[in-house]
Design a protein around this ligand. Structure first.
Ligand SMILES: *Cc1c(COP(=O)(O)O)cnc(C)c1O
Length: 387
């Protein structure tokens, strides 16, 4: 067997402007990012609240390491469930008002776990077309039937549900869509799930910490409790600035995960020092309202300046502000030009986003300052007028 097919596919990627490569960042996550010896203003980070390298977080990691050690030593059901993990679960329950939680090493595996666990071959999975790849892939790998409804289109969802009576069904939507920054109509999703006796899961990777009272997320932002969807899932690697994820739901569901979910059972528990740090992040996200206030001032400024310059952005009121370009190569060229001017902005291309919707995904964080936003808009405006 040769690897020729791999070489052909990689060459095709390069020809299509879709080839990807990691860049080595040389400093802590924050306002600036250092790459290949050059400093850029960082507009590509999911560290929305500026927690990833906050001194209090670094010290929490050190304290956690001293107290609990760096490795958990095993899976959660053997010896890997430390007091640090339990404190994290308790903090999440009290902050978010959920009944029970299960921790996962990543959002990717949490999503695989839920879909695998709930849906057999007779079941129906309904996903928003723009849901994250981890959800889509879990659906494709499952024996269940998966249908995708048009983005945020409740009528389409309802039509699909009406055609399928008497089967177990699960509706999944992101709370805030990761590449568009817009929000799901969660009230309507809850009503649909009730009307059709379906489960509802919200993946709130980009809403937790940012939206809702005390950063309780997208569901709370909509005036509901985090118990309104049967399953509320979010990650610790975005606004909480660390890594890992959790799934929340009623106690029986979490007990079921503990007993039957392979991605939960057969994996090493998160490092306890890390769990301790995430608890610190969750407390800061809950109480540091100033982080959200500053972030939303910067978002408002960004949108206002863009409008003044005639720059058309997506329909987002969150930290994720997409500038849709269309053509992948053009998006890549624009990103490279911005980089040459000292702004780190990433071009997001298919298959991460639908064909012909390549974009600059600009993210704002609490670490930015007013002048950063003014400079970025001015640079974008100049570049767009040249293309
Ligand atoms: C980032 C992300 C995930 C995956 O989470 P990781 O912890 O990074 O594996 C899942 N869902 C959404 C919507 C995400 O943005």
């Amino acid at each position: 067997m040769s690897f020729d097919f791999i070489k052909t596919q990689l060459q095709q990627c390069k020809d299509d402007g879709l080839y990807r490569q990691s860049k080595i960042t040389q400093n802590k996550q924050g306002r600036y990012i250092n790459i290949a010896g050059k400093r850029y203003l960082n507009f590509s980070s999911n560290d929305y609240l500026g927690l990833a390298s906050d001194p209090a977080m670094i010290s929490a990691w050190q304290v956690g390491a001293e107290k609990y050690g760096v490795g958990s030593g095993g899976s959660y059901l053997v010896t890997g469930y430390n007091q640090a993990h339990d404190e994290l679960c308790e903090q999440l329950k009290s902050w978010l008002g959920v009944e029970a939680v299960a921790l996962f090493s990543s959002g990717y595996s949490a999503n695989q776990a839920v879909i695998k666990l709930l849906l057999d071959k007779n079941a129906l999975l309904l996903q928003d077309k723009l849901n994250h790849a981890s959800l889509m892939e879990a659906g494709s790998l499952s024996d269940c039937k998966m249908l995708r409804f048009k983005h945020n289109d409740i009528n389409h969802l309802s039509t699909l549900l009406q055609k399928q009576q008497n089967t177990d069904s699960l509706i999944i939507s992101e709370g805030v869509f990761s590449m568009d920054g817009d929000s799901a109509p969660i009230n309507a999703l809850v009503k649909q799930s009730q009307a059709h006796n379906s489960w509802l899961m919200i993946d709130d990777a980009h809403g937790l910490g940012v939206l809702g009272k005390n950063g309780q997320g997208s569901v709370v932002e909509c005036g509901l409790s985090n118990r309104a969807p049967q399953i509320y899932m979010a990650t610790f690697g975005k606004a909480l600035g660390v890594g890992g994820a959790f799934v929340a739901g009623e106690q029986a569901f979490i007990d079921y995960i503990n007993n039957f979910s392979k991605p939960y059972i057969y994996t090493t528990g998160l490092p306890p020092a890390m769990a301790h740090t995430i608890t610190c992040a969750a407390k800061m996200a809950e109480t540091d309202q100033w982080r959200r206030d500053k972030l939303f001032e910067l978002i408002a400024l960004f949108k206002q300046l863009a409008a003044q310059k005639g720059i058309v952005l997506g329909k987002s009121h969150t930290a994720i502000q997409p500038l849709i370009i269309g053509d992948s190569k053009k998006a890549l060229r624009l990103a490279e030009t911005l980089q040459s001017l000292g702004f780190w902005v990433t071009a997001i291309r298919p298959p991460t986003v639908p064909k012909n919707t390549a974009r600059l995904r600009i993210t704002l964080t609490t670490s930015h300052e007013t002048q950063d936003v003014i400079q970025l808009i001015s640079a974008i405006s100049t570049i767009l007028s040249e293309y």
